[in-house]
Design a protein around this ligand. Structure first.
Ligand SMILES: [Fe+2]
Ligand SMILES: [Fe+2]
Length: 211
């Protein structure tokens, strides 16, 4: 078998591996979702006690909860968690990636806690409503701060570090694995992010100027 991993690796370090570009692109979408989440937190904190959540803000919150519970974990986090073992199999020390799994658990916990607060917001309990709104804002803020730092650490440290251990064939394998996780077409989810941005008055990137 004609394999020369070292030569392959040398070749691959000269360009950014496909998996790295793939995840960095997903992080661009993550940033858009986190920007929406930040806008939601800011808007919630301007509400006076007992004030109803405005319709647009409510719509954006519902989309955020949906994406937290049905998209982010099943797609991006699951893809990263499937890619890392391939780098470990190729020699990356396991402990160099353990923080990723711990961060993901932290993020899942924040998302779950925000989901509980969302259920309380929808429970028609006037006494609890301001407390539920406060919890939703706090848990969402935690989620934003954690994942913003986390994605930056992945971009700057994890992905380049994984790349050091991977041949071009390993890179192909990661792409093969990660592209079979999550929905085959993410465009409907991107459309949902655009809806969330519009509900919050955030202009989607590359959007055509309005006439
Ligand atoms: Fe991650
Ligand atoms: Fe990530």
């Amino acid at each position: 078998m004609d394999t020369n991993p070292r030569a392959d690796r040398a070749q691959i370090t000269e360009k950014v591996p496909s998996f790295e570009r793939f995840f960095e692109q997903e992080h661009v979408l993550t940033d858009r979702i986190l920007d929406c989440a930040t806008a939601i937190v800011e808007r919630l904190r301007t509400l006076r006690e007992g004030e109803q959540i405005p319709r647009d803000l409510f719509t954006a919150m519902a989309i955020l909860v949906y994406l937290n519970e049905n998209f982010a974990d099943q797609t991006h986090l699951a893809q990263e968690e499937a890619a890392i073992p391939i780098a470990i199999a190729r020699g990356m020390p396991r402990q160099d990636a353990e923080w990723v799994y711990r961060d993901h658990e932290q993020g899942r916990a924040y998302a779950k806690a925000a989901g509980v607060a969302w259920d309380r917001i929808n429970a028609d309990d006037e006494t609890d409503l301001p407390h539920a709104i406060d919890d939703f804002a706090r848990c969402t803020e935690g989620l934003v701060k954690m994942f913003a730092y986390h994605a930056e650490r992945e971009d700057n440290y994890l992905f380049p570090e994984m790349g050091r251990y991977l041949s071009a064939a390993d890179d192909d394998l990661i792409m093969h694995v990660v592209t079979q996780i999550g929905p085959p077409d993410v465009s409907p989810y991107i459309a949902l992010v655009v809806d969330m941005e519009q509900a919050l008055g955030i202009r989607p990137p590359d959007s055509a100027p309005s006439h």
